[in-house]
Write a protein that binds this ligand. Structure first.
Ligand SMILES: [Zn+2]
Length: 402
């Protein structure tokens, strides 16, 4: 074979490995027969690729499943212990770093509270580097053992090398965060918008599994939403973020930190909810100091009629209107309330949110949509960030990137 043919053969093998591995990652465990049917590849190709993946420690056989009238079929699954990835959630109230196995099983997390706006990029970068070192050392690993590190930021990230972060809520303008981190982290490192990566994690492992079009709402101090279609969740083009938090729900309403008025975030962002509560007659001062604990305190106090219940009811109405707008605009089949504030508030306000959506979304769209609280727990955003290195390794056919 000449070199061009060898190259083409190698590319084709890698492409087939990537396609089958991605299917196993999202839908496994499945049998070789399922892989043949879903991929359209020949049985010989599937058999060869699966053997290679087993030999390389990427996938393993996972028991038998009965088949109609035929021999039992062997299931194949992706091995979580194939490698480790780290995910970093840079938020306005905390920086959280999670260590995950390759199938996004949580191994350990570290959370560092931070104080609001004006986070210095240099100090954030130092904290991230130290935190990644800390989570890997907890399980006897070294940062160089990682397949990669993903970082989720609450802002826009320019594509390509030398990615720049624009995150007004952090006070960051064209911040070269990725390059800053790459000075100290030698494994592949990627930075992307946190709502977008969270959307992927909810589609792969959370409440969005099996959805054709999901809207994942990220609720925290800031409010965002990612729209993800299931056609191929491994491709970035199938996921886009929106500044949902800055869509206006009230003409001439409250001032928003973006400079506009009446934005959704000015009503359902965590700080807005707490300020709103403290302005009500009968509101009691909080016993805790930080935003996350205070919101949990507010929810815990709302056991009967009073200003706490009133504020949660109001929040549910505003959030319900925001979600009804999303439904009317995008016709999703699921809306997932995620992020730390979504996890704190969601269970308490979900029935009232649904009631508001019923009043404001068009009937024929409502019939097709479910509204759920995210299932990924408090490390959801870090897990979302960890999808970034996972995607790259899947796209590379299960070969770690240098
Ligand atoms: Zn705004």
């Amino acid at each position: 074979m000449n070199r061009a043919v060898q190259q083409t053969t190698r590319d084709l093998r890698r492409h087939n490995r990537s396609a089958l591995l991605s299917h196993l990652y999202l839908h496994g465990p499945v049998s070789r027969q399922d892989l043949i049917r879903e991929s359209g590849l020949s049985s010989a190709t599937v058999s060869n690729v699966v053997s290679d993946l087993i030999n390389d420690g990427v996938v393993a056989e996972a028991g038998l499943v009965g088949s109609d009238g035929g021999r039992p079929r062997t299931l194949i699954r992706v091995r979580g212990d194939f490698g480790h990835v780290a995910g970093v959630d840079i938020g306005e109230t905390h920086i959280q770093i999670g260590l995950f196995d390759y199938t996004l099983g949580t191994i350990t997390t570290e959370t560092y509270p931070v104080a609001g706006a004006g986070l210095e990029p240099e100090s954030v970068a130092r904290l991230v580097v130290a935190g990644v070192g800390e989570v890997v050392s907890k399980v006897g690993l070294d940062p160089t053992d990682l397949l990669g590190v993903g970082v989720g930021v609450p802002g826009a990230v320019t594509a390509g090398g030398g990615e720049l972060v624009y995150a007004p809520t952090l006070g960051w303008q064209a911040t070269p965060l990725a390059d800053m981190l790459r000075r100290d982290i030698s494994v592949p490192l990627y930075v992307d918008n946190c709502a977008r990566t969270l959307g992927k994690a909810e589609m792969w492992r959370g409440a969005g599994r099996g959805a054709a079009r999901a809207v994942v709402a990220l609720l925290g101090v800031g409010v965002g939403a990612a729209v993800t279609t299931a056609a191929d969740p491994l491709r970035d083009a199938t996921s886009l973020t929106s500044e949902w938090g800055h869509t206006v729900i009230n003409v001439d309403g409250r001032p928003c930190r973006c400079g506009s008025r009446g934005c959704l975030e000015a009503y359902v962002g965590a700080k807005a909810i707490l300020d709103d509560y403290l302005g009500l007659p009968g509101a009691r001062p909080f016993e805790t100091a930080d935003t996350e604990s205070r919101l949990a305190e507010l929810v815990a106090r709302a056991t009967g009629p009073g200003p706490e219940a009133e504020i949660l009811d109001r929040t549910a109405k505003y959030l319900g209107i925001g979600i009804a707008n999303l439904i009317n605009l995008l016709n999703p089949d699921i809306v997932v309330l995620s992020g730390w504030a979504g996890a704190t508030l969601g269970p308490a306000i979900l029935p009232a949110v649904r009631a508001t959506v019923t009043r404001h979304a068009l009937g024929y769209l409502q019939g097709q949509v479910r509204i759920r609280v995210g299932e990924l727990g408090p490390e959801a955003v870090a897990m979302g960030a960890a999808t970034l290195p996972v995607v790259r390794v899947l796209a590379n056919g299960g070969f770690p990137l240098a």
